[in-house]
Structure formats: C-alpha cells, structure tokens
Design a protein around this ligand. Structure first.
Ligand code: ADP
Ligand code: MN
Ligand code: MN
Ligand code: MN
Length: 338
C-alpha cells in the first residue's frame, strides 16, 4: 500500500450551465475497484449547490480512470453529488440518466458525441490577432500548417491523455473557425458516453492550464460570420443497426420532430445564437431531417442511407450541453411510446 493522489471531479451548480470542479485527496492505493474509493464531501456554498448554513454536499465516486496527467497509480474520479441526507442533489443530472438507461436497456442505445470547443488565449481565440480577426473561414477545417491551425500540441496531448486513460475517444479534427477543434467520444452506451465526455472535458481544461490556454464550450464564442460550436450527438438502437434498420431511423427522426421544443430546452444555453440557419445549422425555430444534409436538424449519414441501417446524427445540441440530459431525452423520445 502506498499513497496516491485521487482527483475527485464533479459538476457544480453554475447556471445556466454547470461547470466542472475538482479537488485532490491523498488516499491509500493502488485502487483496482470503485468500491475501494472513499466517499468525500465539499463546501456546496462555494459551488452554488448549498446555502452557507447547511453547506455540506456529498461526493459519490461513480467512475474512475488512471490519471494520465499524474501517471503512476494516481486516479481521477467522476462523482455524483448528493445532499447531506443522502438524497439526490438537484444538480445531479446523471441520476436521471441512470434510471432512463436502465428502463430502456433492451433497446441497447449507443451514443457518439462530437465535442467541439474553442481555445482562448486572453480575450481572443488562440491564433487570432490581438483584438482583430483572422482571414475569413474556408481553409481552417481539417487544415494543416502554422497559418491554418492553432493549438495542435494541446490537441495531440489531450488525445494521448484520453487514450492513456482508457477513454473511448474515436478521433479529433480542426474545425471551421480558426482556434476551434473537435474530439469524438463513442460509440458507447448512454452512461459511458456521457461520463467519458465529462472526463474528456475535464482533461482538456486541466491540460490547458499547463499551456496557459483555456478551452470554452460556448456555442457561439465569436459572433458574426464564424461557425459556432456544437456537440452533434450520434445515436442508434439495436434495431437501427440491424438489417432493415432504416425505417426505425426514419421513425426516430419523426419522433424527434414532434418534441423539438422539449429537446431544444435541454440542448444547451445560448444555442439560439448558434442555430441560426447559417454556418451548417438549421434554425432553432425549425425541425428538418435529411440524408447527408448538414443544414438539417438531424442528419442521416450517407453510409447509413446506402446500407439501410446505422445511426442518426442530432446536430442541434450545443457544445455546452449536458450529455446526461441530452442522452436521457433522446432515449425517452426515440425509445418511448410517442
Ligand atoms: P461528422 O461527419 O458528423 O463530423 P464524426 O466522425 O465526427 O462525424 O462523428 C461520428 C460519431 O458517430 C463518432 O463519435 C462515432 O463513434 C459515432 N458513431 C458511429 N457509429 C455509431 C452508431 N452506430 N451509433 C451511435 N454513434 C455512432
Ligand atoms: Mn465531426
Ligand atoms: Mn464538427
Ligand atoms: Mn457531426
């Protein structure tokens, strides 16, 4: 038994968008099972999760990774937040996804989340001239060259950290706006995809500290003729992935259309600034789906249409969405009775 560092990570009570918090506990290691990790607590009055008079909140470990930043036997732990009496805290959106995933588990839902984000150095996106603008969009998406992409060393190291931590990262790419990037998590089951997205976000923010660069998931970090940042959510059920699955995908699209407003309500704050109908989005006031259509709300990938089975891509979620809420409502809408 030796001492290890255990980083406890949780979502705070910041409104309208929860932020990540974390703190370190030195515990006895090595840890091989979740049950060996002690529960912990924190001062909820400093995280907008409690009043000063009754400030204790509980941290319940729900998933851990080997901490790829500290290395060795050190770990990072994703936690759910409970009230002091053990009831579920109102900011704990994971608890509901747990229930929904369990209820619909026979459908075997899979998620692939494309997390876009923007690097900032000071008040400007990384690589932008101070107080000014770079050349108009066009060459930057999947670009190469020091004049096209900004921040690749951080992106590469982040990808390595995710791989070392055992996260199911499936790729990265430079985005349309300079300084903007994307990583993808999945496909995985709902809880795994959502947990790993939060852990990958944490690794990104934490790594950014070492570079003096922050990453933001604001859906429209620069207003004007610049792409916003989304979190396209790719989804399939067992029956969509099997032969003849295409008709289930179309049914799902129709169900999503009937609940458009309910979905938009949990797809991230400030998403109205991003879903304008321009910049590869559909207007927030409309719902459309289509094959290979990046101006639709929901896109059916070309390969899925060709094979007659596969998955759909909900393009509406903003980069700052809470994957627990997005995964929960997608499962309920698509797998539930309409
Ligand atoms: P885009 O062409 O929209 O940029 P990406 O390649 O960035 O697409 O992301 C596609 C995502 O879809 C990946 O995260 C991938 O893991 C996920 N995915 C692939 N197959 C499925 C599936 N059957 N169900 C859910 N997600 C899937
Ligand atoms: Mn993508
Ligand atoms: Mn993208
Ligand atoms: Mn996409």
């Amino acid at each position: 038994m030796s001492k290890i560092k255990a980083e406890y990570i949780w979502m705070d009570g910041h409104r309208p968008t929860s932020k990540l918090r974390s703190k370190t506990k030195v515990i006895k290691g090595p840890i091989t099972d979740l049950s060996q990790i002690p529960h912990w607590g924190f001062d909820g009055s400093s995280t907008m999760q409690a009043e000063g008079g009754a400030s204790d909140c509980l941290l319940i470990p729900v998933r851990f990774i080997m901490d790829p930043i500290h290395g060795g036997d050190n770990i990072a732990i994703l936690c759910e937040v409970l009230n002091a009496d053990g009831s579920i805290h109102k900011t704990n959106t994971r608890a509901r996804l747990r229930d929904v995933a369990e209820k619909f588990k026979d459908h075997e839902p899979w998620f692939g989340i494309e997390q876009e984000y923007t690097f900032f150095k000071g008040r400007s996106p990384l690589g932008w001239p101070d107080g000014g603008y770079p050349a108009p969009q066009g060459p930057f998406y999947c670009g190469v060259g020091a004049d096209e992409v900004f921040g690749r060393p951080i992106v590469e190291e982040h990808m390595d950290l995710c791989i070392r931590a055992g996260l199911e990262i499936s790729g990265v790419n430079a985005e349309v706006m300079p300084g903007q990037w994307e990583f993808q998590i999945g496909p995985l089951g709902a809880l795994e995809a959502a947990d790993e997205t939060w852990l990958a976000r944490w690794l990104l923010y934490r790594l950014g500290e070492d570079f003096g660069v922050s990453a933001t998931v604001h859906p429209k970090p620069v207003s004007g003729d610049w792409n916003g940042a989304g979190a396209h959510t790719n989804f399939s059920t067992k029956e969509m992935r099997e032969d003849g699955g295409y008709k289930h995908i179309e049914e799902a699209c129709k169900k999503l259309g009937e609940k458009h407003d309910e979905h938009i309500a949990v797809y991230g704050a400030h998403n109205d600034e991003r879903l304008t109908g321009l910049h590869e989005t559909c207007s927030i006031h409309e719902f459309r789906y289509g094959v290979s259509d990046r101006s639709a709300s929901v896109r059916i990938p070309m390969a899925t249409a060709k094979e007659g089975k596969g998955y759909l891509e909900d393009r509406r979620p903003a980069a700052n969405m809470d994957p627990y809420r997005v995964c929960a409502i997608m499962i309920e809408t698509i797998c539930g009775d309409s």
